[in-house]
Design a protein around this ligand. Sequence first.
Ligand code: SF4
Length: 157
Amino acid sequence: MTAAEKALLRSLWLYPADVGSCGGCAPALLELLAPRLDIERLGLAVVDSPRHADALLVTGVCTRQSAPRLQELCRAVPAPRVVLAVGACAVSQGVFAGGYNAPRTVEEVVRAADPEAIVVHVPGCPPRPEAILLGISRAMEALAAARPGPRAGRAAP
Ligand code: SF4
């Protein structure tokens, strides 16, 4: 494996999408960018467009109103698509489960847009920043296995 291929394996660009959160997950996300964890030193970055992203990082409960927007965002990410469902609301609708305005989980909404999407769950209310980092590393492993080219999980020579 070349140095460039190794560098690409350690790089993941994230687009954050709040589909209906209380705001409680946001501080955990911000902590990823703060000096203690500083994910940019690991080759991770938050980007301004889903078209530049490797993965969506979704927080909040997916409502009837936000579901079509989430599907648009999902389709804008280049395939193979990775979605991190971060927080109890995104994973299982949390305390909003069974509510009339949140009929589907983030995974169900994403799979309706792309059945092949890789969905990684990060539970917690809010999840700890370290748990989000673990979820990101699992997403990177799944993406490396799914993506052709340098990120495909090839053995080092
Ligand atoms: S998981 Fe908890 S902190 Fe995050 S949006 Fe839901 S209720 Fe708020």
